[in-house]
Design a protein around this ligand. Structure first.
Ligand code: NAD
Ligand code: ZN
Length: 360
């Protein structure tokens, strides 16, 4: 047996208002005056001086507002990289992603692709990246995905929706400032928060489970229950807790895997563009047979917060479309192996997945 030797986020700062220290933190990482810091910022913050006034641009630093309406694609990453190379003589000193999972993943992918040849689609998979990324910093503004701590960046490519999983993917620096998670629409807060809850359920009920994953997963599960079931505590406490739940949920799947909800949700995302958080919720709502306890609790939380999930999103699809989603889902072998076990192919048939998708 050989064990995987995983890298982790090298540095993390935590605390309300810690975002104020961004400039001081990155200053020593500036390579020279021609090597800029590139900020990729969710365009929901455009015109929001409370946030943007704390980003100080020097020399050739550049701030790019990017919409999170669509999840990151490989061509978007390649375009950004090309734009950065064309606009700057020197390789950047660093990439700073500010936003949710979408912006964090973009920042990771751009940092990787500035030092690796070719197109980002060629690196979707496990351990295909050859060279270390440039310095990259992640600053979450919504909690749940665990993208701030994970060793993957999930991209939709021409052939599949799949992460670039590599030792070079994790951030060199993360700034956890729960104050930044203010002003999120309630539905989105729930969907992204549930991503964390689902990470825990899939990790804790997977065949890959071990004490490392369990310790993080149980903590995050507990925090999610406090946040979404008790609903007491001040808004500040809730923000603090969800930010740490996201971190722990991400750590839990580092040494295990996600499962059925994620596999099926990737199919929805690839074909219909359904975003990760809401897609996971739509799928998970139908997974009682795989995760009875977790799904029961999820339904309670949904009711408690008055969340109405879209229904019938697959009702108009034809055979070809179902087959595309089924292909994407079945391609995620490690997820099925974790969820069901080594012999997953005996029960997870195309018909089985079709009948699950038909319920959504
Ligand atoms: P997101 O980044 O897509 O953002 C969701 C919405 O919330 C957007 O409209 C965004 O503008 C808005 N938003 C973000 N912060 C806000 C704030 N402070 N105030 C108001 N609005 C705000 O959402 P997400 O759920 O965090 O990320 C989903 C993405 O993360 C998907 O692309 C998914 O594939 C990826 N993901 C990655 C990993 C990983 O390990 N790399 C894990 C899970 C999910
Ligand atoms: Zn997820």
């Amino acid at each position: 047996m050989t064990y995987k030797n995983y890298p982790m986020v090298s540095r993390v700062i935590y605390g309300r208002g810690s975002f104020n220290q961004l400039s001081d933190i990155i200053a020593p990482k500036r390579l020279n005056v021609k090597a800029p810091f590139i900020y990729l910022v969710d365009d929901v913050f455009k015109g929001n001086a409370w946030l943007t006034s704390r980003i100080s641009l020097a020399y050739e630093d550049q701030l790019l507002f990017i919409s999170a309406d669509q999840e990151p694609t490989t061509s978007q990453v390649d375009d950004l990289v090309e734009q950065i190379i064309l606009n700057h003589k020197d390789r950047p000193s660093g990439i700073i992603g500010i936003g949710g999972g979408t912006l964090l993943d973009l920042a990771k992918a751009v940092a990787l692709m500035l030092t690796n040849k070719g197109e980002s689609k060629d690196y979707q998979g496990w351990d295909l990246v050859k060279s270390p990324a440039i310095y990259h910093v992640g600053i979450p503004t919504i909690s749940g995905t665990g993208a701030e701590v994970s060793r993957t960046t999930v991209l939709t490519g021409p052939e599949r929706k799949l992460g670039i999983n590599s030792d070079y993917t994790p951030f060199d620096q993360v700034i956890l400032d729960p104050e930044l998670t203010t002003g999120i629409p309630k539905d989105q807060w729930f969907y992204t928060g549930m991503d964390c809850f689902i990470h825990c359920v899939e990790s804790l009920n997977g065949t890959y489970l071990n004490a490392f994953s369990q310790s993080y997963g149980e903590k995050a599960y507990e925090l999610c229950k406090e946040i979404f079931m008790d609903d007491k505590g001040s808004q500040e406490e809730q923000q603090d807790k969800l930010m740490m739940a996201s971190w722990h949920g991400g750590m839990s799947i580092a040494y295990s895997q996600v499962g059925v909800a994620h596999a099926l949700s990737y199919g929805l995302g690839y074909l219909l563009g359904t975003r990760h958080g809401i897609g996971n919720c739509i799928v998970f709502d139908n997974l009682e047979e795989f995760y009875p306890e977790g799904v029961a609790l999820f339904k309670k939380m949904k009711t408690l917060h008055g969340i109405q999930l879209p229904q019938g999103i697959c009702s108009e699809l034809g055979d070809d479309e179902f087959n595309i989603m089924i292909d994407v889902a079945l391609g995620l072998e490690p997820l099925w192996e974790n969820a069901i076990g080594k012999n997953w192919k005996q029960t997870i048939t195309r018909d089985k997945l079709r009948s699950l998708y038909e319920r959504m």
